[in-house]
Design a protein around this ligand. Sequence first.
Ligand SMILES: Cc1cc2nc3c(=O)[nH]c(=O)nc-3n(C[C@H](O)[C@H](O)[C@H](O)COP(=O)(O)OP(=O)(O)OC[C@H]3O[C@@H](n4cnc5c(N)ncnc54)[C@H](O)[C@@H]3O)c2cc1C
Length: 395
Amino acid sequence: MEIHTDVVIVGCGVAGLYSALKLPKDRQIVILTKSDAKSSDSFLAQGGICVQRDEDDYDSYFEDTLRAGHYENRKESVDIMIRGSRAVIHDLVEFGVRFEQENGEFVYTREGAHSRPRILFHEDITGEEITSTLLERARELPNVRLLEYTAMTDIIEEDGVCKGIIAESVQDTEEKPVRYEIYAGNTILATGGIGGKYQHSTNYPHLTGDAVDIAKAHGIRLEHLDYVQIHPTTLYSDKPGRRFLISESVRGEGAVLYNEKKERFVDELLPRDVVTKAIHEQMEEEGTKHVWLSMAPIPTEKILKHFPHIYEHCLEEGYDVTKECIPVVPAQHYFMGGIWVDSDSHTSMDRLYAVGETSCNGVHGANRLASNSLLESLVFAGRAAADIVRRGRTV
Ligand SMILES: Cc1cc2nc3c(=O)[nH]c(=O)nc-3n(C[C@H](O)[C@H](O)[C@H](O)COP(=O)(O)OP(=O)(O)OC[C@H]3O[C@@H](n4cnc5c(N)ncnc54)[C@H](O)[C@@H]3O)c2cc1C
């Protein structure tokens, strides 16, 4: 089947959806996703989304992001993300996203490696709140066509220019898969992370870095493919499948890590890579498959209000976090590297953009600061849309 459109967007997590919403309503847009529209990592985000709280927060936010990233971050991108943060939050609220408030003011939480609380949240399901709202708004647009269970298998390259994508229906039916040739004036890759390539990951298994593989095959510039973040605390399980994340904001609110002897062995609020390393060393030393996380320092009332889903999930797995420690283990979580893009999210191929986790604009350097990813995805997805409008290219 042949489709002609102004913009094709591959992926409907926050990055893909926000690009679509920031494009003018007179552009025809096709969005596709390999799975159903709700199966994206964006729906899984628990902790929250960072924002520059006020003018005084700029320097410390900038420094926290760089310190966590081992000073390998692209400074221009970090600046763009921080300065763009308040406009993005304003947009989200306008779209209908609800963040925790008290007396009409936002409530901010803190996570590891942040020098002050600057994270907005919605219980412990911030990603679901943001992404389901964006999805609802996108579904209302008459110029947006959403194809679920449709996987990009290649891009269409003509004379070094991207002219769209090839895709295939992937629904589990007896029928022959439908092959799509989607010709577009602009193509946006928003296919998320690479966790599906790992045995233990917090990501959806269908997120297998397809855009990165396709980009590589076309000689498109890639960057830092070895920068993969391992999250220090996922609920230990010997069952196969996605690992359940115990958000960093749990430690931000006071939870502590224990070894087998129930002794603390690391400052829990150090950057993720440092805490992960300490846990691995502890497990090796003691010959254990996990360490312990205690939420005892957090008042029960706060656990039930701020972390109701973590509480319930752990209960289903047989642990009452208000009364006992839970076993935790590090797992693959986030991809800092990806398809190289400039500060407008443009790749090295003409008419091809990459946004969200599949792209590498250098914001995160060698290690992502907690809760910077939703924000980075949104800010740079907005910039891709603005660049498309600026260049005025249609089908
Ligand atoms: C458990 C968990 C908790 C997290 N918590 C936080 C947090 O608190 N704060 C924060 O900032 N970040 C958090 N993150 C990271 C953040 O959620 C992700 O980095 C971000 O949502 C990525 O958004 P995205 O739009 O790039 O990708 P995704 O939301 O993963 O979307 C990718 C989309 O691409 C589609 N796709 C993939 N391949 C293909 C293909 N070949 N063809 C068609 N479609 C394809 C998928 O189906 C999906 O629709 C968390 C991540 C996880 C896993």
